[in-house]
Design a protein around this ligand. Structure first.
Ligand SMILES: Cc1cc2nc3c(=O)[nH]c(=O)nc-3n(C[C@H](O)[C@H](O)[C@H](O)COP(=O)(O)OP(=O)(O)OC[C@H]3O[C@@H](n4cnc5c(N)ncnc54)[C@H](O)[C@@H]3O)c2cc1C
Length: 405
């Protein structure tokens, strides 16, 4: 394994760092002011369109897609350091058209869309003209087990009729959200892994409604995380994604690269928290010396550095495996980093909050917001326990003969 950055990665990382420093960081306050002035937490501020135009002009666009017809065509290993950088600067993700849930949807469309679906749904997303959402999770069933999903997708002549009650549909509150990729049961009698299909549901179809946006730790922003209803929604059969019964397989395929991206961004957040800790503890003096000179603080700083390096190496290995043997061959490493990166981010940010004192839990610094985001990473794209179970099952394989009952 060779994790040394390629010349192309080095060049793009330099360009991305310049863009973040010169354009994105100064735009953060403008973004907040424009959203506040609109009175709508889901408002799409004009400054974001300026940033997108600038990113595209600099060639910093669709960096996440390995297919070279859509962007620079980076491998997962090449994209890793760029994605990490974006983890330190949330606005840079949308500015470069590399933000979830669109990234996962674009990947699924690149893999499974028909030419009509490419023109109608993928192209506008690739061009940053629209946004989208992914509607799988449901309020009434344990959705960490995707085979539990109960929404119905029923064939009716040349149409499907969709009836679904979803929640945590991220991005659905945005006025720019133009469609959902939705998972539901199309054949209740089939094997549990062949029961579901995925369909594309344009948001302007009669019967689609956003019930509410669910605040996360009391905060509601961006495209929101919404409860959504799909009542007798009729869509043409051409909006089936992949094949009937292929919903579970698409869900798995969609989550592979997405999980890696979440982990890279989590490492970026942890790096930012550690940098802020070092700056702050050098500046502030308590009991006659800089806080950075206290042994416990130094131990925390060292632990954070060690854990970041460990998590990064494992993430690079998962990315390298994705590139060399594919998502299936990398599934245990992907499961492992999903757990490791969420833990890393919450632990390092928590230490940073402590080192900041009360300022750490205020909104004057980004730590509180970063912490709440990091905490959700233990749940999104499957809770930690499901990944641990997957790893344990592999580890236990071959030891069945030791059982006494
Ligand atoms: C901020 C945020 C954004 C999200 N965005 C989206 C989105 O865009 N689209 C979407 O469809 N969903 C989205 N989700 C939903 C997310 O994917 C689900 O919450 C997650 O898959 C878990 O499903 P659940 O909430 O139904 O928990 P449940 O399935 O009810 O599980 C509850 C708990 O049970 C335990 N558990 C479950 N399985 C096991 C096991 N095998 N072993 C041991 N313990 C277990 C775990 O502790 C788990 O947290 C989002 C969630 C959040 C918080």
């Amino acid at each position: 394994m060779d994790f040394a950055p390629s010349a192309r990665t080095e060049e793009l990382r330099g360009q991305l760092a310049d863009f973040v420093r010169d354009r994105v960081d100064p735009a953060e306050a403008v973004y907040a002011e424009q959203v506040a002035a609109s009175g709508d937490p889901h408002f799409h501020p004009p400054v974001m369109e300026d940033l997108k135009a600038e990113a595209r002009a600099r060639g910093l666009w669709n960096l996440f897609l390995p297919e070279s017809e859509y962007g620079p065509g980076l491998t997962n290993l090449e994209y890793a350091p760029l994605c990490e950088l974006m983890g330190r600067s949330p606005l840079s993700q949308e500015a470069t058209n590399c933000s979830a849930p669109d990234t996962g949807n674009m990947e699924a469309l690149v893999k499974f869309a028909t030419p009509l679906q490419v023109e109608q749904f993928l192209r506008p997303l690739l061009d940053g003209e629209t946004r989208s959402c992914f509607a799988m999770t449901e309020p009434w069933v344990a959705s960490s087990d995707a085979t539990n999903i109960t929404s119905r997708i029923t064939r009716d002549g040349d149409h499907y009729v969709v009836n679904a009650h979803k929640w945590w549909t991220s991005g659905a509150a945005s006025s720019r959200c133009s469609f959902a990729i939705l998972m539901g049961v199309s054949d209740p009698d089939a094997d549990r892994h062949r029961r579901h299909s995925m369909v594309i549901v344009p948001f302007d179809t009669p019967g689609v409604s956003v019930v509410r946006s669910l605040p996360v730790f009391g905060h509601d922003a961006g495209g929101g995380h919404c409860e959504t209803l799909f009542e007798d929604v009729r869509i043409p059969r051409e909006y089936l994604l992949g094949e009937e019964g292929g919903g579970f397989a698409i869900a798995q395929a969609r989550l592979g690269p997405g999980r890696i991206h979440h982990c890279m961004r989590a490492i970026g957040m942890a790096e930012k928290a550690l940098r802020l800790t070092c700056e702050r503890t050098q500046q502030r003096v308590a009991f006659g010396k800089p806080i950075a000179d206290q042994g416990t603080i130094q131990a925390h700083i060292a632990e954070s550095r060690i854990e970041i390096e460990q998590a990064r190496l494992l993430t690079m290995k998962a990315a390298w495996l994705m590139d060399t043997v594919g998502a299936k061959g990398a599934r245990f490493e992907i499961a492992a980093i999903k757990v490791v990166a969420a833990r890393l981010a919450t632990t390092v940010i928590d230490r940073a909050i402590q080192a900041f004192g009360a300022a750490g839990v205020s909104d004057d610094w980004p730590l509180a917001s970063m912490y709440t985001h990091a905490r959700t990473l233990h749940l999104v794209d499957g809770p930690d326990e499901v990944h641990l179970q997957q790893i344990a099952r592999r580890e236990l394989r071959g030891y069945e003969s030791f059982r006494t009952t």
